[in-house]
Design a protein around this ligand. Structure first.
Ligand SMILES: Cc1cc2nc3c(=O)[nH]c(=O)nc-3n(C[C@H](O)[C@H](O)[C@H](O)COP(=O)(O)OP(=O)(O)OC[C@H]3O[C@@H](n4cnc5c(N)ncnc54)[C@H](O)[C@@H]3O)c2cc1C
Length: 487
């Protein structure tokens, strides 16, 4: 008989959370801690969503999305997770850029960027200050007509080298482009510029293990291999979910699944106002990614001066279409030294990431798909030679992931790495106005994607759910301080 992954589950919960990405787990943890009965469902056999890892023989543990996040993670993790998790967050030392326009190493904060922009790029100190202040003052309700390209042109006219320095990492961090509204750039850029780029020492596996333990302490009922098939709605209210063929009653659902999947597959377009559903149809998905994972032989070491993060490109200038092209010119390398997992086996690993279009991979036959993956690997190895000489001789393991891989493991429509573009946020936030008890928490562009954005969005939505359930029970709203601050 097949295993029943819902064995012992109750027939009714206060809240059902669908998906164990960072937003889903954070919402579940806060609601569990607040005393609600919470069922957390994950279709995969592992928790974490995109915050994941995999092991390969030879002691290699590859992280998929542990490349860098802003300092705000420390505060958010301390407040909504544990001190132990917060204390494991450390700053990356060297961020490198190497392209035909410039080569440099930076600590990636405002002070160092100001130094570089004045000394190496010859920009005026006043303009730089003005630019930083403008980016810092942006928020979601700002004018959305000004694009990032306009913003750069205003402060640094025709200085495509400066644009590249300012833009390349943010495109990598949230998929935004020169053509997107400036605020999609300004908010994320300012978050990073406050203190640089941080990582979790111990690896994603340890982080997710600690988060799982904390959720259990808070009474969250966690179920893997549980695919939510349907969210039931009656008289414009959530009444339950169907999971692995079983119906479970609830008054509140937090879906961490892709926004479009939530609306059109789990709920059904017929339950929303037509204009709202039409608006949601128009929401653009973010692009996907390819990655190449390289594990060096056990005794091989890479000089740490090589950097922690390296934005490398052979394109003459920064261009969005080039970033997404199958003909790859830009790669972001993450170097993992033995200090990434101080308690693990000492290994040096490299992950090369590129933005990619789902359509370039989705239609390939199985044979062409395998050939394309092999080609991606070979070209990456050719390219990285310049930073890690004799890489092929030193390599113990190499493999690649594509948009198809990301779709397979997380069910994100078109393998989107960062959910939807920024317009998804307004739709995501409006769901409870359409259907009482229906919430979405997950990557929707700008500040609400990436590790920090996803965690903070989980907090915000948990507060909304708490307020709704308390109101239904006749109590007052939750204390306002339970909202993540912007870094
Ligand atoms: C290649 C790559 C590199 C990245 N690098 C960085 C980085 O360096 N820094 C950074 O901050 N961010 C990075 N990110 C982005 C970051 O990982 C994500 O934004 C974040 O982890 C997303 O969290 P989330 O809560 O939106 O959910 P997701 O991680 O998208 O998880 C959604 C979960 O829902 C589950 N699910 C979906 N449908 C169902 C269903 N019907 N029933 C049950 N479960 C379901 C999925 O299996 C999944 O576990 C990267 C992402 C990728 C792909």
């Amino acid at each position: 008989m097949p295993k029943d992954f819902l064995e012992g589950a109750r027939d009714q919960y206060d809240v059902v959370v669908i998906g164990t990405g960072l937003a889903g787990m954070t919402a579940a943890n806060i609601l569990g801690r607040a005393g609600y009965s919470v069922l957390l469902l994950e279709q995969h056999y592992k928790l974490g969503g995109m915050a994941t890892w995999f092991k390969r023989p030879g002691g290699h543990i590859f992280d998929i999305s542990l490349h860098g996040f802003p300092v705000g993670m420390i505060k958010s993790c301390r407040r909504y997770w544990t001190a132990e998790i917060a204390d494991s967050i450390v700053k990356l030392k060297n961020i490198r850029f190497d392209n035909p326009q410039f080569s440099l190493t930076t600590s990636f904060d405002r002070v160092d960027f100001t130094r570089l922009l004045t000394e190496q790029f010859g920009a005026s100190a006043n303009k730089i200050d003005e630019f930083f202040d403008t980016a810092r003052s942006m928020n979601f309700y700002d004018d959305q007509a000004t694009t990032t390209g306009h913003l750069f042109q205003k402060f640094f006219p025709d200085r495509t080298d400066i644009w590249r320095l300012l833009m390349e990492p943010i495109t990598y961090a949230n998929g935004s482009t020169l053509e997107d509204p400036a605020l999609t750039y300004g908010i994320v850029f300012s978050n990073f510029m406050s203190k640089g780029v941080y990582t979790y020492q111990g690896g994603t596996d340890q982080l997710v293990e600690r988060m799982t333990a904390e959720m259990r302490r808070n009474g969250v009922d966690i179920r893997i291999k549980c695919d939510a098939e349907k969210i039931f709605v009656k008289s414009d209210r959530v009444v339950g979910v169907q999971v692995n063929g079983r119906e479970i009653k609830t008054r509140a659902v937090v879906s961490n699944a892709n926004l479009k999947q939530t609306m059109f597959r789990l709920v059904g377009a017929e339950h929303f106002d037509k204009t709202f559903a039409d608006e949601a149809e128009q929401v653009r998905l973010n692009n996907s990614s390819t990655q190449v994972y390289m594990g060096l032989n056990a005794d091989e070491r890479i000089d740490e001066e090589t950097g922690d993060l390296l934005f490398s490109s052979t394109a003459p200038e920064f261009r969005t279409d080039l970033l997404l092209s199958r003909d790859i010119t830009s790669r972001t390398y993450s170097f993992y030294y033995p200090r990434t997992r101080p308690e693990g086996r000492p290994r040096c690993l490299i992950v090369s990431s590129t933005n990619a279009n789902y359509s370039d991979w989705s239609e390939l036959s199985d044979e062409d798909y395998e050939l394309s993956k092999q080609d991606l690997i070979e070209k990456t190895l050719d390219h990285i030679e310049r930073y890690v000489p004799k890489i092929r001789e030193r390599l113990d393991h190499v493999e690649a992931a594509t948009p198809r891989t990301f779709r397979h493991y997380t069910k994100h429509v078109m393998g989107a790495s960062f959910g939807t573009k920024f317009e998804g946020l307004a739709v995501s936030r409006s769901l409870p106005e359409q259907i009482r008890g229906l919430y979405h928490a997950g990557s929707v562009g700008i500040i609400m994607s990436g590790w920090l954005g996803a965690i903070n969005y989980g907090v915000i939505v948990a507060n909304d759910v708490d307020a709704m359930l308390m109101k239904a029970a006749g109590a007052s709203s939750p204390p306002p301080e339970n909202t993540p601050a912007r870094e």
